[in-house]
Ligand binder design. Structure first.
Ligand SMILES: *Cc1c(COP(=O)(O)O)cnc(C)c1O
Length: 351
């Protein structure tokens, strides 16, 4: 159904927010589509993290410095103590082998990120969680439609959070979701997003307002109709980019047994000078790119600048995401790749 028709239905009902029919319908559709059980829609991906952290009652956590500011920002705003641990230089994800014993003894939780939808080493992380009695909360903002070992990547960990922001694979303009392993956590989070109120509107928990509105859910419902088309086109574009650029740039090493959603096209340049040169030259050609994620969070005073994380710092300084969106054609990708190749060849001949 067209967005406008959803909107006129909403005004007909005069039910604009507070778990209305559009939110309910989108929840059911996403549960079926993603193959997940306890899914809670929220106002955005950052609030999804806040609510997930609060639901899990975590106080001390180990997280990755190679992520978007929201992962750490939500931890700090919730007064959760955090320590960074470095990522794997191939997968860009938190490396379970690098986490220090003393940090594992200290922490009550892990907050890894499935970067660009690439699955973390979920088995190794699960083993650490069992050995040290840790909750695992995955920031799975990039993982709509990503699969691992034959199921949704969102099914791993005690919970996983999604972003449904307009820049993500699937969106509701602003929006997010939390997928819980346990029903009890889902029920608790459902109260937290509605001021901590129970069904009799008694605030039995300290809560917030993280509800998704009907208008946002309506956008989700209209985009949902094209989600297969969007995802398969993006996957194909990603394959095309990889085929054309594999000799020219380093690429993220994808986990075996992972099905990608084609959300991003990250490339790793040789060094920051090369990246800056390429970024500027592409801009001169009208091609926009994004340094994502940059800078490395463990290098920032904002997040209590900590011990250098060499892999995260190196990746942050060299990563460039190339254009990736539904309206992009194979021809466009061919043109972009040719320009990238010629810029890089030029630059490399000079140095
Ligand atoms: C986009 C993003 C978020 C934040 O989601 P919003 O919906 O924009 O609030 C959190 N973590 C990561 C890794 C993201 O990429």
């Amino acid at each position: 159904m067209h967005y406008q028709s959803h909107i006129s239905d909403i005004f007909q009902r005069n039910w604009l927010t507070n778990n209305g029919p559009c939110v309910e319908m989108l929840t059911e559709k996403l549960k079926g589509y993603l193959g997940v059980e306890h899914l809670l829609l929220v106002a955005n991906g950052t609030l999804a993290l806040h609510v997930a952290y609060q639901t899990m009652s975590i106080t001390k956590t180990i997280t990755t410095p190679f992520t978007f500011a929201a992962t750490s920002g939500a931890l700090r705003l919730q007064n959760i103590q955090m320590r960074f641990s470095d990522v794997c230089d191939k997968t860009f994800n938190l490396d379970p082998k690098k986490v220090k014993e003393q940090d594992l003894e200290w922490a009550d939780s892990l907050v890894p990120v499935h970067v660009f939808g690439n699955p973390c080493d979920v088995n190794a992380i699960q083993s650490l969680a069992e050995k040290y009695n840790l909750k695992v909360i995955y920031d799975a903002a990039h993982c709509f439609g990503s699969e691992y070992q034959g199921q949704s990547l969102l099914n791993f960990g005690d919970c996983a959070t999604l972003s449904l922001h307009a820049t993500k694979m699937f969106h509701s303009v602003e929006g997010g979701a939390i997928i819980f392993k346990h029903q009890a956590d889902f029920e608790k989070a459902k109260k937290i997003i509605n001021f901590g109120q129970n069904q009799s509107q008694l605030p039995v928990l300290v809560g917030t307002n993280a509800k998704m509105s009907e208008m946002h859910a309506a956008m989700g419902l209209s985009v949902f109709e094209s989600v297969d088309l969007i995802m398969s086109h993006r996957r194909a574009l990603q394959q095309e980019y990889i085929k054309q650029l594999t000799e020219y740039v380093d690429l993220q090493e994808h986990a075996i047994g992972a099905e990608f959603n084609g959300a991003y096209m990250p490339t790793l340049l040789k060094n920051q000078d090369e990246l800056l040169y390429l970024k500027q030259k592409l801009e001169d050609n009208g091609i926009q790119t994004r340094r994502y994620f940059y800078p490395c969070l463990s290098d920032l005073d904002t997040y209590a600048k900590s011990v250098a994380m060499p892999n995260a710092r190196s990746i942050s300084s060299r990563i460039l995401c190339l254009p990736m969106y539904y309206d992009l054609s194979f021809e466009d990708v061919g043109i972009i790749c040719n320009i990238v190749k010629s810029i890089l060849t030029n630059f490399r001949q000079k140095v």
